[in-house]
Design a protein around this ligand. Structure first.
Ligand SMILES: Cc1cc2nc3c(=O)[nH]c(=O)nc-3n(C[C@H](O)[C@H](O)[C@H](O)COP(=O)(O)O)c2cc1C
Length: 216
């Protein structure tokens, strides 16, 4: 699929009452776009113990438009895992350059259920499953050889998944980010872009989104 026209009808006035139908369409178009090899790539910023922001790319593996939640999987003992458990807030950005679109959101973070983490881990290829056991993500390692030896030892122990499924390591699983602010950005001619931001308003058990247009 080629890039759509610069003008996104959903970001013209009035902007929609809920950003998620637009975002569902944007995800679909990004996945269908041949020039976007990693449509799920999402930068996640957390805050470390010193109060410094820390950002890295992950893959957004789940998106629940009804609840406004985004999910990714990682090592809970990695820097990001420790930071998100200690200070469960994240700010994220997704950029689809060939489509001229950016999505930003900030919100509260919680661990995914064990069942979902199990199901996602089971869907991964066996080598990635073994790597999840073998890597103490974000910790220092002497050299590549030490890493390879660690994975080879675990491969010998856990097998290749054909005889018995490789279990999920207890230190590996998902995080859910529940957007509280979300911004959709769409490129327009002469850098006079469209920006719309929605803020979640909770009313009992229901959510309403307050949308406003921002200057580019
Ligand atoms: C495109 C891309 C996707 C990535 N996806 C993930 C992911 O889904 N989960 C993950 O733990 N790391 C992923 N990584 C690696 C992270 O960027 C990062 O190096 C790693 O998680 C360690 O981060 P930390 O030390 O801040 O915890 C990805 C890297 C790239 C470039």
């Amino acid at each position: 699929m080629s890039a759509p026209s610069e003008i996104d009808p959903d970001l013209l006035d009035p902007i929609p009452a809920n950003p998620f139908p637009t975002l569902v369409r944007w995800f679909e178009e990004a996945r269908a776009c041949d020039s976007i090899p990693n449509p799920e790539a999402m930068a996640v910023a957390s805050v470390d113990a010193a109060g410094d922001p820390q950002v890295r790319l992950v893959l957004c593996r789940g998106f629940d438009p009804k609840e406004g939640r985004f999910e990714f999987f990682t090592n809970y003992e990695s820097d990001k895992g420790v930071q998100l458990d200690a200070h469960p807030r994240a700010s994220c950005v997704i950029h689809w350059d060939p489509l001229g679109r950016q999505v930003r959101f900030t919100g509260a973070v919680a661990r995914t259920t064990e069942e979902r983490s199990d199901a996602y881990f089971a869907s991964r290829d066996p080598l990635s499953q073994i790597s999840a056991w073998a890597s103490r993500q974000s910790r220092v390692v002497k050299d590549r050889e030490t890493l390879e030896a660690s994975r080879a030892a675990l491969r010998a122990q856990l097998g290749d998944g054909s005889a018995a499924p490789i279990p999920r390591p207890p230190h590996w699983g998902g995080f859910l980010i529940e957007a509280e602010h979300i911004e959709l950005w769409s490129a327009r001619e002469g850098r006079f872009h469209d920006r719309a931001r929605w803020i979640r308003r909770r009313e009992g058990t229901t959510t309403r989104w307050d949308g406003t247009r921002l200057q580019p």
